[in-house]
Design a protein around this ligand. Structure first.
Ligand code: GLP
Length: 239
């Protein structure tokens, strides 16, 4: 793990954004894996800035998002697809035909197969962006007794529901989601995990210094050979 402690969220966004933009300039038809939540937003802002300055184009990039809620209709304002269009895709030249999402309303087994095949057909994910949940979850892989492999349908934990329900004002937050599995995340060639704020400090400590266990899904990243962990001081306060 390449662990970097930076001053603030803007520096973290620029550090992650630079890695991505440099890579896209080297390999324009690359495959990027995106995450939702607050953590990657400064990274997306940096990418938008670089695009606006004419320093990078995403027109040949293919994207795969990590996860999607079950039970929300297409186009719902709280869906992760809407989040990605609002925070990144509509602001750069990404081709909407090249963006991929899990369908939270599809049959679990068929959807898992479809996503795995789509990722494989593109040659795998080159760079995967990750956040981390307060309980150590990555994507929506909650603490459990075993590491998952391909995409699956998860029942969300109370910790995740408490953390994410602030985004749901007039809709009840879904209690399940389709998520890429740990195996699919680990097959990404490079991973950039972003954690900021003191609410992530325990999870960050367990991820970096704890044993590798599905009780802290992010701890598996200790076994990935090209993972960059970008932290602010608060998230790094217990390591
Ligand atoms: C959600 C997402 C995760 C994300 C996590 C942390 O549960 N499924 O992919 O990493 O929230 O979000 P935030 O960055 O807002 O703290």
């Amino acid at each position: 793990m390449d662990i970097r402690i930076l001053e603030n969220v803007e520096e973290i966004g620029a550090a992650a954004g630079r890695i991505i933009c440099d890579f896209v300039n080297e390999k324009p038809a690359c495959v990027l894996g995106f995450a939702t939540g607050a953590s990657p937003v400064p990274t997306y802002n940096y990418m938008i800035e670089q695009f606006n300055e004419g320093k990078v184009s995403f027109k040949d990039v293919t994207t795969f998002n990590l996860d999607e809620y079950c039970g929300l209709p297409e186009g719902h304002k709280n869906s992760y697809k809407t989040f990605m269009f609002e925070n990144l895709f509509s602001k750069v030249d990404i081709d909407p035909a090249k963006v991929n999402f899990l369908d939270g309303n599809a049959d679990e087994a068929e959807e898992s197969r479809r996503y795995a095949e789509a990722i494989k057909a593109k040659g795998g994910v080159d760079i995967q962006i990750l956040g981390i949940g307060r309980n150590g979850h990555i994507a929506f892989n909650e603490p459990s007794d075993e590491f998952t492999d391909e995409a699956w349908k998860v029942t969300l934990s109370q910790s995740t529901i408490d953390a994410n329900s602030i985004y749901f004002d007039d809709t009840e937050m879904p209690t399940s989601a389709m998520t890429m599995g740990i195996g699919s995340i680990m097959r990404s060639k490079k991973i950039i995990l972003i954690a900021t704020g003191s609410s992530k400090a325990e999870a960050v400590k367990a991820m970096i210094q704890g044993e590798v266990t599905p009780q802290c899904p992010a701890s598996i990243l200790q076994k990935h050979d090209d993972t960059v962990i970008l932290l602010d001081k608060a998230a790094a306060s217990l390591i």
